[in-house]
Design a protein around this ligand. Structure first.
Ligand SMILES: C[S@@+](CC[C@H](N)C(=O)[O-])C[C@H]1O[C@@H](n2cnc3c(N)ncnc32)[C@H](O)[C@@H]1O
Length: 241
């Protein structure tokens, strides 16, 4: 049988993936989750937005930590999985395509998370995407963006799963470089607070044998960003001239 992957539209792909997304033993999710917690810091009492929340993997557990969570995604099937989970009632879930402006007023959130969505945004659209994340974040707030590391594209890997017949399906991704992501954030006027890259380590490879072939390879890219305070606020003009 040919193992040629079949590329699907991003939304169509996730609508199909929804059935197995939480149960397929995805090692990237295991690598990513503790990094999201580290990057977000304490969330209790914060207004938090999860952009591309999927099956609510982060949104529901962050709501359980007393964050007031709003979560959006454009896949009805991923959201249906999220809504069926215990704790979902604590999250405000919305159907929304991030190709359109976010449906929130400026400075609405203390924390904005976008987990493993970036590879599905066309490179030319990255600045607009980051700009929207910045617009809805309060001054002093924090934006956490995680992505499959662009080094994975070098190996020919992008988000994928198998259907019941064993055919590899790939919701459409867009090959990008680390500098595409970094420049997207900078062009959007965001501050880079921290960047980090995470490899497949031995423990992860033991836990998830499929990850073994990537031992030592960069698999995850994490950006911590903040909205830039206007130059007027950082460099106040003297008033007594
Ligand atoms: C790899 S999943 C990540 C889901 C969740 N953030 C997590 O980490 O488990 C990527 C998600 O991004 C969503 N997505 C991709 N493009 C999107 C778009 N243009 N608007 C809204 N959601 C999008 C998909 O529907 C999918 O649920």
């Amino acid at each position: 049988m040919s193992d040629e992957p079949r590329v699907l539209g991003t939304r169509e792909g996730y609508d199909l993936w929804a059935t197995t997304y939480d149960t397929m033993g995805n090692w990237l999710l295991a690598l990513e989750e503790p990094e999201v917690d580290r990057a977000l810091g304490p969330v209790a009492g914060s207004d938090l937005l999860d952009v591309g929340a999927g099956t609510g993997r982060h949104a529901i557990r962050l709501a359980a930590q007393e964050a007031r969570v709003t979560a959006l995604d454009f896949s009805e099937e991923m959201l249906a999985k999220a809504l069926a989970k215990p704790g979902a009632e604590r999250v405000r879930f919305l159907l929304h395509d991030v190709a359109r402006p976010l449906p929130f007023a400026d400075h609405s959130f203390d924390r904005v998370l976008s987990a493993l969505v970036l590879e599905h945004i066309q490179v030319a659209a990255l600045p607009a995407f980051f700009e929207e994340l910045g617009r809805v974040t309060r001054h002093g707030g924090r934006i956490v963006v995680t992505a499959m590391h662009p080094a994975m594209f070098v190996k020919g890997i992008s988000a994928n799963f198998r259907d019941e017949a064993g055919v590899q399906l790939r919701p459409r991704s867009y090959t990008a470089t680390v500098s595409d992501y970094v420049m997207g954030a900078l062009v959007a006027g965001l501050n880079i607070v921290a960047l980090s890259e995470h490899q497949v380590g031995e423990r992860l490879a033991e836990q998830f044998p499929r990850a073994g072939k990537l031992l030592g390879w960069p698999a995850l890219f994490v950006m911590i960003l903040s909205p830039r305070v206007s130059s007027e606020a950082t460099n106040p003009r003297p008033v007594n001239r």
